[in-house]
Ligand binder design. Structure first.
Ligand code: HEM
Length: 481
């Protein structure tokens, strides 16, 4: 009876009746994901409604017009992040150590500025050339490794793809790479994958902090993964950079720039660089998961794979290695990555009102958590033709890639994703080199794409990689490596 009742909020925002203690938390259960619940509630209460999730006062915004109001026109009022305990556990007890989970501050502005220079290089810049070169080297190492496995058995390829992406990130940002066989590196990559999976799950303890005692084991695991990652970054990346910078203060890469900036600021220490690198290098995990999802989508939609292959053969008829400068000539391949982002619909990290404000004329109190329901934006028939179908061509108009303005997989406004260019570049490079070299087919495990989540569990489906006939005239890459 509670569920159907509309009550009047003092501020007038519509929303369901909230139970004592749980608030509306119980309403998120019984749906495939919390975002399915948000969408179902939007059908009843409209594009803005309020919820109370345990201790948190929340607002859910589901239309493009209102999402823009929160992120752009009133971005300055909604730049905070929620105080979920798990967020702090990952960053040494203080979520403000994290770039993605901290509240807005001057430090955050500066960190974003340094990061943007490296993460969003212009096509004509030296950084872009470096990114392309890194992608080429690392994808060739991946191809060699897959070739060495052979096509007789399915391959649990996720750890390998994650290691490739990790090396792309460490090569580009830290001028360092690691062997696939290095046990500490494998553990580092695995810990990130566990964290990425975990952070993409919703837990009641985020909203009911008194449940913490029964989540102790879970929190300890999170801390241990984060600790393992930081040890690796400290001993295998930062120490060498600090030593080299003492001899030559000219910054060679992102890590140098970060260390120099932080060491010149009396309020900051090199530990800030450690947390920052933890955050940035962790981006590789998102890229690796996305590549796995794109491969699953391509296998499940064979006509999509054929069209990507046609682009590959047109751009590189001689089988040469495709690089990032080829991207503009391969709109369908790019569109396949975008379509995967659309259907999986990675949630926008919740925002928090940092002052009293309003949305759609409704008063929003400081401290309210704002959920931006981009799942609705990505899957509603209001915004897309046949939204349930996997159709990359929706992003290709007259042979060019076109993104509708309501498609914001990396969000928009002042807290927009810093890594979107890295994602699009490295996922493109990995996808085309795999498809250029292998016919990829299903192994074991379901290839169904998750909804409202861009993460797959660390132990997920395997795939079969059969070398393409066309490549057989060239020396096998496994022998070249
Ligand atoms: C599949 C890949 C990825 C997707 C779909 C994605 C999407 C997003 C989204 C939706 C946000 C929230 C923006 C907001 O709150 O308004 C975000 C934030 C962020 N992303 Fe990504 N991201 C991806 C990969 C990456 C990578 C590779 C990096 C690494 C460099 C990265 C770095 C960040 C950072 C630092 C933030 C926080 C920015 C801030 O709060 O100021 N992301 N991302």
């Amino acid at each position: 009876a509670h569920l159907g009742r509309r009550t009047k909020h003092p501020a007038g925002i519509p929303g369901p009746h909230a139970w004592p203690v749980l608030g509306n938390l119980h309403m998120l259960g019984g749906h495939q994901t919390p975002f399915h619940a948000f969408t179902a509630l939007a059908r009843r209460f409209g594009p803005i409604y309020r919820l109370r999730l345990g201790v948190s006062r929340c607002v859910v915004v589901s239309s493009y017009a209102l999402i823009k109001e929160v992120l752009i026109s009133k971005g300055a009022h909604f730049g905070g992040r929620p105080d979920f305990i798990r967020f702090s556990q990952l960053f040494g007890g203080d979520r403000n150590n994290s770039l993605a989970l901290c509240d807005w501050s001057e430090l955050q502005k500066t960190r974003r500025k340094i990061a943007r220079f490296y993460c969003s290089p212009r096509l004509t810049s030296l950084q872009f050339q470096q990114m392309s070169a890194v992608a080429e080297v690392e994808t060739q190492r991946l191809i060699a490794r897959i070739s060495a496995h052979g096509s007789a058995n399915a391959l649990h390829v996720k750890p390998l793809i994650q290691a490739t992406c990790a090396n792309m990130f460490t090569s580009y940002m830290c001028t360092t790479t690691f062997s696939y066989d290095d046990p500490a590196f494998r553990e580092f990559v695995h810990c990130y994958d566990e964290i990425f999976w975990d952070i993409n799950q919703g837990y009641a303890v985020d909203f009911l902090p008194w449940l913490l005692p029964i989540y102790q084991g879970h929190m300890k695991r999170l801390q241990n993964w984060a600790q393992c990652i930081r040890q690796f970054i400290l001993y295998r990346v930062i120490n060498a950079h600090r030593e080299r910078l003492k001899l030559n203060p000219e910054p060679l890469d992102f890590t140098d720039a970060l260390l120099q900036h932080l060491e010149n600021d009396p309020d900051l220490t090199w530990q800030h660089a450690l947390f920052e690198l933890e955050d940035f290098l962790g981006g590789h995990s998102a890229v690796g998961n996305l590549i796995m999802l794109v491969l699953a989508a391509v296998i499940s939609n064979p006509e999509v794979g054929k069209k990507i292959l046609a682009e590959i053969n047109e751009v590189a008829p001689d089988g040469r290695c495709i690089n990032l400068f080829d991207r503009s000539a391969m709109p369908y391949t790019e569109a396949t990555i975008l379509e995967t982002l659309r259907v999986t619909s990675s949630p926008i990290v919740p925002h928090v009102a940092t002052e009293d404000s309003s949305i759609a004329g409704f008063t929003i109190e400081k401290g309210s958590v704002v959920f931006l329901n981009n799942f609705e934006l990505n899957t509603s028939a209001e915004y897309w033709d046949h939204p349930d179908e996997f159709r990359p061509e929706r992003f290709v108009v007259d042979g060019s890639l076109v993104k509708p303005s309501h498609f914001i997989p990396f969000s928009t406004g002042k807290r927009t994703c810093i890594g979107s260019k890295l994602v699009q570049s490295f996922s493109f490079a990995t996808l085309v080199s795999i498809m250029q070299n292998f016919d990829v087919s299903a192994g074991e495990g379901s290839l169904e794409l998750p909804k409202a989540c861009v993460a797959l569990p660390p132990n997920t489906f395997s795939l079969v990689f059969t070398p393409r006939q066309a490549q057989q005239s060239q020396p096998p890459l496994a022998q070249q490596a």
